[in-house]
Design a protein around this ligand. Structure first.
Ligand code: NAD
Length: 212
């Protein structure tokens, strides 16, 4: 049972693919606590996943956006403010993907086009989200923007390959943008380092099963 901790708070939740997704569980909790939000994911993920089901349960509108596209993000933030009737208080960036990991590539055999894709989707997208939000003046004062990281940002973990660099970059963006957004608009920017979890992204990392 919620205690209306988020009553009156509005936001955007990125990355709910299916019921195992961290973003899915977060959306249910935010709803339980009285928050209102739009849901978003990459158009292709919408076709593969079950986000419609979550949207129904949470009475939330879905606005598709590829998080690497500035045009999609501008549309997402603009529409979200329209749908929710005002500026936002929270944004959850729960996005990660490495084509190299998906294709089982070893760290000594990286495909560099895919490497750049990993960085674009899993890290640079966070900067794009923050910059779009700042340009549209989309966040209320004391709002909070959170992304999901992993300890391999700071320590060597053998099978995390190019995602380790993506998470290091993600955390660096959080520090740099947090400093900027905090002083300009009192908006907080943070990452949470998640432990291995059985999700589509999590089961793709070999060795994670030992932690489950
Ligand atoms: N599961 C774990 O063990 C674990 C551990 C540490 C950190 N994390 C992080 O948690 C976050 C959420 O992952 P998850 O475990 O819930 O897995 P998940 O696979 O359910 O979620 C990842 C999401 O990223 C989305 N995505 C991929 N490319 C996108 C794009 N171009 N635009 C928009 N969205 C896109 C996917 O559609 C999916 O919804 C990720 O940042 C992941 O790296 C997960």
């Amino acid at each position: 049972m919620g205690i209306n901790l988020l009553k009156g708070k509005k936001g955007i939740i990125f990355g709910a693919l299916d019921e195992n997704s961290i973003a899915w569980k977060t959306a249910l909790k935010v709803k339980e606590e009285g928050g209102e939000f739009t849901l978003t994911n990459a158009p292709i993920a919408m076709r593969l996943g079950t986000i419609n089901q979550l949207a129904k349960t949470c009475n939330a509108e879905i606005i598709p956006a590829d998080a690497t596209s500035e045009a999609d993000l501008t549309n997402l933030f603009t529409k979200s403010m329209e749908v929710l009737g005002g500026k936002l208080d929270f944004v959850l960036h729960s996005i990660g993907m490495s084509p190299n990991i998906r294709k089982g590539k070893e760290y000594g055999d990286m495909n560099y086009e895919w490497y750049l894709k990993t960085l674009d989707i899993s890290a640079l997208s966070f900067h794009k989200v923050l910059q779009t939000s700042e340009k549209l003046d989309a966040m209320n004062e004391w709002g909070s923007v959170v992304a999901l990281s992993y300890i391999a940002a700071q320590r060597a973990y053998p099978d995390y390959t190019d995602m380790a660099q993506a998470k290091a970059m993600l955390e660096s963006i959080a520090r740099s943008y947090g400093q900027r957004y905090g002083s300009l608009k009192k908006v907080r920017v943070n990452t949470i380092s998640q432990s291995p979890t059985k999700t589509t992204a999590g089961i793709g990392i070999s060795g994670f099963d030992a932690f489950f």
